[in-house]
Design a binder for this molecule. Structure first.
Ligand SMILES: [Zn+2]
Length: 440
C-alpha cells in the first residue's frame, strides 16, 4: 500500500520508479530496514514521481546500499526533497534511537543521493540507454508531481505515481495520457467517491466563523506538503473577499513553513488563476493575521494568545508533531473545533477523533474529546474512483492498452478498481501483490 518501488528491466537496463518508505505507525520499521529485493548497485536510473515520503523516503538507503546511477525528478520535486528528506531523516534517527538500532541512513547517504539528482522539465525527452527514453507528465497531485512515461522496445509504459484531484486551488489539473501499452495506476481511492467539494469553502468559512463566535480555537491537523499551502491560499482568498475576519492563524510546523517557501519560489507550477493572482502582486501565502511559528518557543507562545485563533500544524493524522500538543490542550474545550482536511488512516489518532471517540490518550494522559469535530473531505489530493477510471479510459485511446496494474491502495481499493477496469473499460487489469513480476 505504501513504500512505492517498481523495478523495470529491459535487457541489462534496470530502472526504478519511486523508492518510498512504508508508512506504519513508525518509519523505522522492519519493512524499511529489509534489504532491497534487487541489487541497488545494478540499477542505472531512478525516477521519483513526487516528494511524498512513501515515494522517495527510502532513496538515501538505496545510495547507502550501493546505488550510484542517476535520479530524475522535476525541479520542483528536487527542491521539495531538499526539505522533506532531512526532516524525515531526523524523525527516522529519533525512532531508531528509541528502538536502540542504527539509523536507516546517515547525512552522508543523504548528501550522496542528492548529488545524483537531476531536475528536469515536464515533457522533456530524457534519453537513457539502448534507445530507452522517459518523459515526465504533470500528475497534479503535489507541486512538481509527475506521471512517468517509459518508452522501451516500442512500448509505452506509464507509472501514474499519485494522481491529483482537480480542480485544486494551486496546481494545474492532472494530465491525461494516451497511447499507453501498460499502465501502473494508483488506487488509494479505488473504491470511493469524494464528497461534493462545492460545499467545501462554505464549510470552511462556517467552521471559522462559528469558532470565532464561540471564542474557541480551531485546530487543523494538516499535511505539511500541499494541503497546508492549499489552505493558506484559500484562507488568503477568504480574507481578501472579506468572508472571514482577521484573526491570528498560526502555521505551527517548521516543515510546512519550509515547504511553503519552496512553493512560493515555484509559482510556474501553479494553475492560470493562481499565477494571475500572484502576478497581480498578491502574496498568497502571507496575509494579515498569518503567523509562521518556526521555533519551539514561538510555538509555545501560541498558548498565551487568547482565542479565537486558528492553528494549522502537523502531523496530518495527529500521530505526532506539534498538533498533538495543541490537541492535549484544546480537545476537551467545548468551544473549540478540530477540523480534518485530509485522509485519516484506520488506527490513527485522527481517525479515532473523527469517528467520534469520546476520549483519546496523548502523552500517556487521557484527554476527553468535547470539542466540535468537523471533516472537510473535499480536500483530498488523490483522484477518486470515477476520476481514476476516467484517467485509465483516456490512456486506452490509441487502442494499444494491454494491461493495467492497480497499485498503492488498500487491498479492497486496488481490487475494486481492477475489476471496474475489466468490466467497464474491457481492459485486462490486475492488483499485484508485493514482489510479483510480470513480462510485458
Ligand atoms: Zn503522494
Amino acid at each position: 500500500m505504501t513504500g512505492a518501488n517498481y523495478l523495470l528491466e529491459a535487457g541489462s537496463l534496470k530502472i526504478l520508479v519511486d523508492c518510498g518508505l512504508s508508512q506504519g505507525s513508525q518509519y523505522a520499521s522492519e519493512q524499511n530496514y529489509k534489504p532491497f529485493p534487487y541489487d541497488p548497485k545494478s540499477v542505472q536510473f531512478v525516477f521519483i514521481t513526487h516528494s511524498h515520503i512513501d515515494h522517495v523516503g527510502r532513496l538515501p538507503k538505496l545510495y547507502k546500499d550501493g546505488f550510484r546511477g542517476r535520479v530524475f525528478v522535476t525541479r520542483g520535486t528536487a527542491d521539495l526533497m531538499e526539505v522533506a528528506l532531512p526532516d524525515n531523516m531526523s524523525q527516522l534517527a529519533r525512532e531508531a534511537d528509541e528502538q536502540n538500532r542504527q539509523p536507516l541512513f546517515t547525512q552522508k547517504d543523504l548528501d550522496g543521493i542528492m548529488g545524483l539528482v537531476k531536475g528536469v522539465e515536464y515533457d522533456e525527452v530524457i534519453k537513457l540507454e539502448n534507445g530507452v527514453e522517459a518523459v515526465l507528465h504533470d500528475a497534479g497531485h503535489v507541486l512538481g508531481s509527475s506521471i512517468v512515461e517509459i518508452r522501451c522496445e516500442g512500448k509505452k509504459i506509464f507509472f501514474s505515481g499519485d494522481l491529483g484531484n482537480p480542480p485544486t486551488p494551486l496546481l494545474r489539473p492532472t494530465e491525461f495520457i494516451h497511447d499507453a501499452d501498460y499502465v501502473i495506476v494508483e488506487s488509494a481511492y479505488g473504491d470511493r467517491v469524494h464528497e461534493n467539494r462545492s460545499q467545501r469553502q462554505a464549510k470552511l468559512v462556517e467552521t471559522i466563523v462559528e469558532t470565532i463566535k464561540r471564542k474557541g480555537v480551531l485546530l487543523i491537523p494538516s499535511f505539511a506538503l500541499e494541503r497546508t499551502q492549499e489552505l493558506l491560499y484559500e484562507l488568503n482568498e477568504l480574507h481578501n473577499s472579506g468572508k472571514i475576519p482577521q484573526i491570528p492563524i498560526y502555521i505551527d510546523s517548521p516543515l510546512a513553513i519550509k515547504l511553503t517557501a519552496v512553493y512560493a519560489r515555484h509559482s510556474e507550477y501553479f494553475n492560470k488563476e493562481a499565477r494571475y493572482i500572484i502576478n497581480s502582486g498578491d502574496d498568497v501565502f502571507h496575509f494579515p493575521g498569518i503567523r509562521m511559528t518556526l521555533t519551539a518557543d514561538e510555538s509555545k507562545r501560541i498558548n498565551h494568545v487568547p482565542p479565537p485563533k486558528v492553528i494549522i500544524a502537523g502531523s496530518g493524522m495527529s500521530q505526532g508533531g506539534r498538533i498533538i500538543h495543541h490537541e492535549q490542550r484544546y480537545l476537551s474545550d467545548p468551544n473549540s473545533t478540530i477540523m480534518f482536511a485530509g485522509y485519516q488512516v484506520d488506527g490513527s489518532r485522527g481517525r479515532r477523533i473523527q469517528r467520534g471517540e469520546k476520549e483519546v490518550t496523548i502523552f500517556g494522559e487521557k484527554v476527553p474529546v468535547r470539542c466540535h469535530v468537523v471533516t472537510l473531505s473535499g480536500y483530498s489530493a488523490h483522484a477518486d474512483q470515477p476520476a481514476l477510471l476516467h484517467w485509465v479510459d483516456e490512456a486506452k485511446k490509441g487502442g494499444k492498452l494491454k494491461k493495467v496494474f492497480t497499485v498503492q491502495g488498500e487491498e479492497n481499493s486496488a481490487k475494486t478498481l481492477a475489476s471496474l477496469i475489466r468490466e467497464r473499460l474491457v481492459i485486462d487489469a490486475y492488483a499485484p501483490k508485493e514482489g510479483e513480476s510480470f513480462e510485458l
